[in-house]
Design a protein around this ligand. Structure first.
Ligand SMILES: Cc1cc2nc3c(=O)[nH]c(=O)nc-3n(C[C@H](O)[C@H](O)[C@H](O)COP(=O)(O)OP(=O)(O)OC[C@H]3O[C@@H](n4cnc5c(N)ncnc54)[C@H](O)[C@@H]3O)c2cc1C
Length: 594
């Protein structure tokens, strides 16, 4: 049995059968995470083995000039794994087109493959009978970047470039982003597919800088090049879509139903950010009711700096609060940082943490409170030992702070769209409900959650934040697409809850939270859309599997308030028109985006 056998098969099984949990299965599932953890020792898991293409099973007629091999595939949480996935590494966009036309002729599906750090089954569907899938690894060759000055400046990048590489090259040229996902080892293609986001809304009095958006990275796109069907030549071809054309709207955040080869994004002048951390605010004060006069409540940090993340470990009292503030000159007591990933203590587990993870996954989930307490104490001690409670430097050096060596957990995720005046109400209701539920489970001897809650805010994908062109519209499927009927809703509160894959009762807990989230944040107060990359659509046994969520609730959440012609079905139809043979799909997407 290969390492991947051990990590993958059980993990997939567990993801689907959490309710029929047994100790053996939990251990099996967690072995994926633990193997990741151990290998991470924590240095991060990489698909270790590659088998050159040979033999009878080799996909027939594959273009000979393109490198073809079998390689292990494993997603971030280790709960979707395939031992020997057929993978190719095209050197040019024309090679990608050749692969796609080969796939059509030979009845294969094509899945673009970035860093494999997604959670949701957009590449492989666990437990499906998906066959004839060709992964296209964009990370080896499709990584070119060119930057053009202007107002706004733009960067044209192939989609296999990592955010690390992209932001480093932008920094060298004097540019940056207002916000970006926390890890840098994600590809641009992966981030755009799911409208990747960071944490920023305007602080009180802050003016938007040319070339920036407070929405998702998909809203930075000024043009995008995709592989699409051309009925004239009866072939798949490369086609570039301008943001000024409504034809691009479905491609900007396509949730796995396209292949983007490159994109041009507006970028802003680079700037320096200060990031301060606190771990002395009680969660009940940070997430106090909106009426609270407490000065350090969440919304007050939002008002003063616009950029906040709260990381709240289960059964603990004081979350880790990070607050970023654009700060041109170094404050006297800030530590200057010249590279990203400054929180080494959260990227690498201590031996005590490793031991507790082992015990939790070894069948003692009731250690979750001990683990939570240890984690926040490691954060507190780490911030002090590394002097990183107050850091300052070029923007990317504090915007990127999660490394692959961090504990590999699973997560749910939602964007709650509302008005900024409601932010404190949103976080108060969420934190209170989560805490009540967590303790009710505990009273019943159940500990489904052993990772933190994470809360951030962004703006929405507003077209008036696209500079220099008249954007035809927002990304149709973006979780943070504005609601034309609710111009008062101008922010998204992103909430995630993390836990080790396979933890008993996790799916049940996630489902109850999801049902509450969708019913609570509704009406004239707020609306909810899934964070595509994470867990959503929970049945009581698994994510991405509740028929009502997939078929009704989520499409309705995308549709609500949108004009005819710009709804979920219109996005689906546009993606289908670009890919009528449904080359870019899998069985999960065939259910959700049929
Ligand atoms: C620890 C961790 C922290 C994270 N933090 C954040 C965060 O702060 N903010 C945030 O928004 N997200 C976050 N994410 C989620 C992450 O942004 C997404 O999962 C992203 O899709 C992963 O990129 P990838 O390169 O690993 O893509 P993969 O996992 O390889 O692919 C993901 C999806 O993108 C598609 N895709 C990849 N390349 C292309 C392409 N060229 N054309 C079309 N489709 C393509 C794939 O087919 C697949 O459907 C986080 C993930 C992890 C593991």
């Amino acid at each position: 049995m290969t390492a991947s056998d051990e990590q993958g098969v059980d993990a997939v099984e567990i993801g689907r059968e959490a309710s029929t949990w047994s100790r053996r299965k939990f251990i099996g599932a967690a072995a994926g995470a633990a193997a990741g953890t151990a290998a991470m020792s924590l240095t991060g898991w990489l698909p270790a083995f590659r088998v050159p293409a040979a033999g009878a099973a080799t996909p027939p007629n594959f273009p000979s000039m393109i490198s073809l091999y079998q390689q292990a595939y494993k997603n971030w949480a280790g709960d979707i794994a395939v031992d020997a996935a057929w993978t190719c590494a095209p050197k040019t966009p024309a090679d990608v087109v050749a692969v796609v036309n080969w796939a059509k002729a030979n009845l294969y599906k094509v899945r673009p493959r970035g860093m494999m750090h997604n959670w949701s089954p957009l590449t492989f569907t666990p437990g499906s009978s998906d066959a004839n899938i060709m992964l296209v690894d964009t990370t080896q060759y499709l990584t070119s970047v060119s930057i053009a000055s202007g107002s706004p400046a733009t960067v044209t990048a192939q989609t296999g470039v990592t955010m690390d590489a992209l932001l480093t090259q932008l920094e060298s040229a004097g540019y940056g982003l207002t916000a970006t996902p926390a890890p840098g080892d994600l590809t641009l293609g992966g981030v755009l597919a799911i409208n990747g986001h960071g944490a920023a809304i305007p602080a009180t009095g802050e003016t938007r800088v040319t070339g920036s958006s407070y929405g998702s990275l998909s809203n930075l796109v000024t043009s995008i090049t995709a592989v699409v069907w051309d009925s004239g030549s009866s072939q798949y071809v490369l086609k570039t879509f301008a943001r000024s054309s409504s034809a691009c709207q479905a491609l900007l955040a396509h949730v796995g139903r396209s292949f983007i080869v490159s994109a041009t994004l507006q970028v802003r002048a680079n700037y320096r950010l200060r990031c301060q951390s606190w771990f002395d605010i009680a969660w009940s004060d940070l997430f106090a009711p909106a009426s609270s006069t407490y000065s350090r409540k969440f919304s007050n940090y939002i008002s003063s700096s616009g950029r906040v993340e709260a990381i709240w470990f289960p059964f603990t009292n004081t979350p880790w609060v990070k607050v970023w503030t654009p700060t041109p000159s170094k404050p006297l007591f800030s530590k200057q940082v010249n590279s990203p990933y400054n929180y080494s203590f959260s990227d690498n587990l201590t031996s005590d943490e490793t031991s507790l993870v082992s015990q939790i996954i070894g069948g003692n989930p009731s250690l979750a409170p001990t683990f939570g307490a240890l984690q926040i104490s490691v954060v507190g001690a780490g911030l002090i030992a590394t002097g990183t409670w107050d850091i300052w430097g070029w923007s990317k050096n504090s915007l990127l702070y999660v490394k692959p060596s961090t504990l590999r957990v699973t997560a749910n995720g939602y964007a709650i769209i509302t008005s900024r005046a409601n932010i404190q109400r949103v976080v108060n209701e969420f934190a209170t409900t989560y805490n009540t539920k967590l303790n009710a489970y505990k009273a019943a001897g159940k500990y489904p959650m052993n990772g933190p809650v994470e809360i951030r805010c962004t703006g929405l994908d507003k077209t008036n934040e696209v500079d220099g062109i008249t954007a035809a519209g927002p990304p149709l499927l973006s979780s943070v697409r504005p609601r034309p009927d609710h111009t008062d809703w101008d922010v998204a509160v992103w909430v995630d809850i993390l836990t080790i894959p396979g933890t008993p009762y996790a799916a049940q807990f996630y489902r109850e939270m999801e049902q509450w989230i969708f019913s609570n944040y509704s009406g004239s107060y707020a609306t909810v859309r899934p964070e595509w990359s994470k867990g959503w659509g929970y049945s009581s046994t698994a994510a991405w599997s509740d028929a009502t969520m997939l078929g009704t609730t989520v499409p309705a959440a995308i549709d609500a308030g949108q004009a005819a012609g710009a709804k979920f079905a219109d996005a689906r139809a546009a993606l289908d028109a670009y890919d009528p043979s449904r080359i870019f799909t899998n069985s999960f997407l065939d259910t959700f985006l049929p």
